[in-house]
Design a protein around this ligand. Structure first.
Ligand SMILES: Cc1cc2nc3c(=O)[nH]c(=O)nc-3n(C[C@H](O)[C@H](O)[C@H](O)COP(=O)(O)OP(=O)(O)OC[C@H]3O[C@@H](n4cnc5c(N)ncnc54)[C@H](O)[C@@H]3O)c2cc1C
Length: 448
């Protein structure tokens, strides 16, 4: 039996077993697995693999839904290379080993009174894995995790160790959302901020009101998102305000309330309704409305990382696309038609977020403030037709798919969507001329 994103216990090398991603959709059987403990060992091993003409690929926590992390030959598992290397308290910059999981970072930063500026929905990813696919949260004044990167160190396809920081902004922009295509990252330097608390309010609101007020609301509030079952007139909004650093008026939910809201109503409730929906597909729209009715009411102040990240115990598959922000009204109207006119239904709500424009060449927010729409299906359920229908609607609005979430686009389509695509290919030609880091997914989205 294989565990998601895991192969074996740390050691210098481990024998190859089947690797699967979190959603259980992607499998790989690398010819060998390296689990280096030190950067020196990693560099040595990578150079040896390059010398032997082997293809080599780093894996994070396996939380990408696509085959982006698949290692066709040598897999590098960096989970033994985690932790803090150093902190500059004046600039608030912190250097982390590439395999550090996001959930460890708050504890590492706490003694220095620092925090990450923004995060996505979960904190199970590694820092290098999250950065490499452009993992993002929500908030129009905030970019993705990769936009917090001010420095990286990586071993390239020529065996060189490349140190890049924001004194070379072009190169950093080329490498930041790197899809694992440019080398094995050994260190990431993040620009952090003073530790802060967040105040989250979750409410049930009318879909029409939320969409109409969205442009003003996302500029007035720090972090806004909403969840929407296409068959419901209501949506669950999450509005999160950043509190002045040092302000301590926490109203953390009790353990029992967390258990009820997150586990019973969230993870377990979702699992139960997914089972009913699977047995009785005709009930899905009614179940959607029922789920919507029990949502909302959360009003909590806590440390930023506790509010940003949630636990996701129900396995699912996902596609997510980013569109220019100004397309919001058109996107929402087209999606509403997809559900209410064409009759599509899913047991999972759509998740709608936004993010600042980003200068990273392959960031889904490159050069534009962005609206993000994510669609999900329970793991094991047919997702292709539903995701294709959602993607077809969004493609009409210039959608760029998340690199780590399911989509069918190829390099030609990406070239049209990303103005710096050819610069990224040229950079790849320069630092990985032999395509040592290639895999079938990269062949498709970047070209062979
Ligand atoms: C439940 C769930 C919730 C999610 N929520 C969000 C969300 O809110 N927002 C969002 O944007 N995404 C989200 N994602 C997607 C996820 O954040 C990304 O797919 C992320 O890249 C996964 O990180 P990972 O550590 O698991 O990396 P993997 O999936 O293992 O790898 C991702 C990429 O990083 C590369 N990589 C990893 N380590 C290195 C290294 N050291 N050097 C070079 N390349 C490396 C891999 O080769 C691969 O190309 C979610 C995924 C799941 C399963």
């Amino acid at each position: 039996m294989s565990r998601p994103g895991r192969l074996s216990r740390p050691g210098r090398r481990s024998s190859p077993r089947e690797w699967t991603n979190w959603a259980g959709l992607v499998r790989a059987r690398p010819s060998r697995v390296l689990v280096p403990h030190t950067e020196a060992a990693l560099i040595r091993e990578v150079r040896a693999a390059l010398g032997a003409g082997e293809r080599i690929r780093a894996v994070g926590s396996g939380h990408s839904f696509t085959g982006i992390a698949v290692a066709p030959e040598v897999q590098v598992d960096l989970r033994s290379m985690d932790g803090l290397i150093d902190v500059d308290p004046h600039s608030r910059r912190v250097r982390l080993r590439a395999g550090t999981p996001l959930w460890r970072i708050p504890g590492l930063l706490e003694p220095f009174g620092l925090a990450m500026e923004n995060l996505g929905d979960i904190d199970r990813q590694t820092i290098a894995g999250a950065v490499s696919t452009g993992t993002h949260g929500t908030g129009l004044a905030y970019g993705s995790v990769s936009s917090q990167v001010v420095g990286m160190r990586l071993v390239t396809g020529t065996g060189e160790v490349l140190d890049v920081d924001d004194t070379a902004p072009e190169l950093l922009d080329g490498l930041r959302v790197g899809l694992g295509a440019f080398g094995i990252i050994t260190e990431v330097t993040l620009q952090c901020v003073e530790a802060f608390d967040l105040h989250i309010v979750e409410r049930l609101e009318d879909f029409d009101d939320v969409v109409a007020g969205w442009p003003e609301r996302i500029r007035a509030e720090d972090h806004v998102e909403f969840y929407w079952f296409g068959h419901s007139e209501k949506v669950l909004t999450k509005t999160t305000r950043r509190l002045e650093p040092g302000r301590r008026a926490r109203t953390r939910r009790s353990q029992s309330r967390r258990l009820i809201e997150d586990e019973v109503l969230g993870n377990l409730g979702l699992a139960a309704t997914c089972r009913i929906g699977r047995l009785l597909p005709g009930t899905v729209p009614r179940l959607n409305r029922l789920c919507t009715a029990v949502w909302g009411g959360r009003d909590e102040v806590s440390a930023s990382h506790e509010i940003f990240a949630a636990s996701r115990r129900v396995r699912f598959t996902e596609t997510e696309q980013s569109m220019p922000l100004e397309e919001t009204a058109g996107v929402m109207a087209a999606l509403r038609d997809l559900f209410r006119v064409e009759g599509w239904a899913s047991m999972f709500p759509l998740e709608i977020r936004c993010a600042a424009a980003d200068s990273a060449w392959l960031s889904t927010s490159h050069g534009r403030e962005s609206l993000y729409v994510a669609a999900h299906q329970p793991a094991g359920e047919e997702h292709r037709e539903y995701f294709a229908a959602v993607s077809e609607v969004l493609a009409g609005f210039g959608a760029r798919p998340h690199w780590g979430k399911l989509h069918t686009l190829d390099a030609e389509a990406m070239r049209r969507l990303y103005p710096r695509f050819d610069d990224a290919v040229r950079l790849r030609d320069r630092i990985d001329p032999g395509r040592a880091f290639a895999n079938p997914y990269l062949d498709r989205v970047l070209g062979a």
